[in-house]
Ligand binder design. Structure first.
Ligand SMILES: CC(C)(COP(=O)(O)OP(=O)(O)OC[C@H]1O[C@@H](n2cnc3c(N)ncnc32)[C@H](O)[C@@H]1OP(=O)(O)O)[C@@H](O)C(=O)NCCC(=O)NCCS
Length: 167
């Protein structure tokens, strides 16, 4: 009997851990920068798992902090591929916090993050395509495509403000 395990390409992952005292901000709650780091880590693990390549963050957008996270709460960071391009993976992130004494759980943060798969030379590589099946998946993909169009507009506007080209 073989011990080989067939590799799976998970579309989504969830990181779960306790918010620690070292994550605190000056107001006594979890620092926004800590949440952004967790978002990047979950997105990275999701992108690498989906593509099978090393991945880099190219864009984090539409981040919304709905509720604070308190030290000692159980944090869940869910990352899910919602759209793929040639080398890019658009990943929806959903962060929630649960109070362990009561089990009360709240969504705290959402955002969309884009990773690109690269090879050892740092050149972009093609990633497996994600094909949405259900209505929810199709809506998510449309949202990701719409956001990409908005980003393009914003970047074109920003570029028009530059008097000297970037180095
Ligand atoms: C990732 C990188 C290699 C891509 O190089 P590039 O010359 O921009 O390559 P491309 O123009 O072909 O774009 C690659 C992909 O990024 C996507 N992309 C570019 N700008 C984007 C933006 N603002 N938002 C979302 N996606 C973007 C493109 O649409 C393209 O996707 P596709 O292949 O699915 O069509 C380069 O931008 C880079 O090294 N960036 C720095 C990454 C980094 O250091 N991150 C932080 C630490 S991990």
């Amino acid at each position: 009997m073989s011990n080989d395990i067939t590799p799976v390409r998970p579309r989504e992952i969830t990181l779960r851990f306790l918010a620690e005292p070292t994550d605190v901000n000056f107001g006594g709650k979890v620092h926004g920068g800590a949440v952004m780091k967790w978002i990047d880590q979950a997105g990275y693990a999701c992108a690498v798992g989906w593509s099978g390549f090393y991945c880099v963050t190219v864009y984090i957008g539409g981040i919304r902090f709905y509720k604070p996270i308190f030290i000692g709460q159980i944090v869940e960071v869910n990352a899910m591929v919602v759209h793929t391009g040639n080398s890019s993976m658009h990943i929806a992130i959903d962060v929630s916090a649960t109070e362990p004494k009561t089990g009360a759980r709240q969504r705290t943060t959402r955002c969309l993050i884009v990773f690109v798969a690269v090879d050892n030379a740092g050149d972009t590589v093609k990633v497996p395509a994600w094909t949405p099946v259900g209505d929810d998946d199709k809506r998510f993909e449309q949202y990701a495509i719409h956001m990409a169009a908005l980003r393009k507009e914003q970047e074109d506007e920003l570029q028009a403000t530059e008097t000297t080209p970037p180095v």
